[in-house]
Design a protein. Structure first.
Length: 351
């Protein structure tokens, strides 16, 4: 295994273009060994493309990628044997038992003492008593855990999991989270792609957020939440919520506000004293109740999306500038030609 102070994955200014589509743009990111890193973003953000680059299924258009000390594209099969992958689809053989599935995949990876290794991974994931069950009789959660067991057969240094708790119940989600944290404690590096913000908050050491192919930010869940600040949830009538929204619109201590079914949520900067805000609100209108709480990752993500969207909207593209300049130039040419024609006609008239 890598030492704790080394990077398992390094993306250095990486871009990916497929056809005319820009999938990823200038991604620079270091992922440390023996950590769980969450890769978050909405559908179409570029998460699966990012994973494909790490695995080596896709090659970047520009930039450098280093995985477990080896620059991509990798030479030979040595790197792939150090990586375990759990895709969104479990891709298990439904008509076979768990044991038969794992024996087959152990043979593909040339696992030494396969029966002993299968026993170890099943114990790790709490599947020992299910070893002879056919896959088509398993619940979604058990299939997911079996897929993780399969990915661990060759004891990979790096485990990549795309949507680890997709389609499973709440209890199973927590079970899978505990298994992943257990794997980290044993020295594995884990990269998790997820749409679930609570999942990242529960298990990840670092969260990297993608949106429209760009890396918006990368930090610990705690730091991201601290950066977003705090929430002031106010219960009040809709008329009061409207007044509060207008009153706080230009307040520099307020990041943004959102109307809710019970009133309004006000998002405050980290160093804001909430008493100052609520006292100001109470001067202008009445409220039923209020509470002050830290933001969660869901609110962080919304704030980051708003920021990135705002930047994109205010950024004028070079092509747009070029087109605009072309139009201005044509207008000026028409004006100048018109002036010359007017002057020529004027001076050609008999005096």
């Amino acid at each position: 295994m890598h030492n704790n102070d080394t990077e398992a994955i390094i993306f250095d200014n990486v871009s990916l273009t497929i056809g005319s589509a820009q999938i990823l743009t200038d991604i620079s990111l270091n992922i440390k060994s023996r950590t769980i890193t969450g890769l978050l973003g909405p559908n179409g953000a570029g998460k699966t493309s990012f994973l494909s680059l790490v695995i080596g299924l896709t090659q970047q258009t520009s930039g450098e990628i280093t995985v477990l000390g080896e620059k991509l594209p990798a030479k030979g099969e040595s790197l792939r044997k150090k990586i375990g992958v759990v895709f969104q689809e479990t891709t298990l053989y439904e008509e076979l038992t768990i044991a038969e599935n794992l024996l087959f995949f152990a043979s593909l990876y040339d696992v030494m003492k396969p029966k002993q290794r299968i026993k170890e991974v099943l114990e790790l994931l709490g599947l020992t008593d299910r070893i002879n069950d056919q896959v088509n009789t398993l619940s979604g959660g058990l299939k997911r855990r079996t897929a993780i067991a399969r990915a661990l057969l060759h004891n990979p240094q790096l485990l990549i999991v795309d949507e680890p708790t997709l389609g499973v119940d709440v209890e199973t989600r927590h079970t899978i989270w505990e298994h992943l944290k257990s794997l980290r404690s044993q020295g594995h590096t884990i990269l998790v792609a997820s749409n679930y913000l609570d999942e990242a908050q529960a298990i990840c050491d670092t969260v990297s957020i993608l949106n429209q192919g760009q890396l918006i930010t990368s930090d610990t869940p705690f730091a991201l939440i601290a950066r977003t600040g705090h929430n002031l949830d106010i219960e009040c009538a809709s008329e009061s919520a409207e007044k509060i929204s207008h009153a706080l619109a230009n307040n520099k201590s307020v990041v943004r506000s959102e109307k809710t079914t019970s009133g309004i949520s006000v998002f405050l900067k980290g160093d804001t004293i909430p008493d100052t805000i609520i006292n100001g609100v109470l001067k202008d209108t009445s409220v039923n109740a209020f509470r002050f709480r830290p933001a969660d990752l869901s609110e962080v993500f919304k704030a980051l999306q708003l920021t990135s969207t705002s930047k994109k909207e205010t950024k004028v593209q070079p092509k747009s500038i070029f087109k605009r300049n072309q139009v201005l130039m044509i207008v000026w040419i028409i004006i100048i030609v018109g002036v010359f024609v007017f002057l020529e006609v004027w001076f050609s008239q008999p005096k």
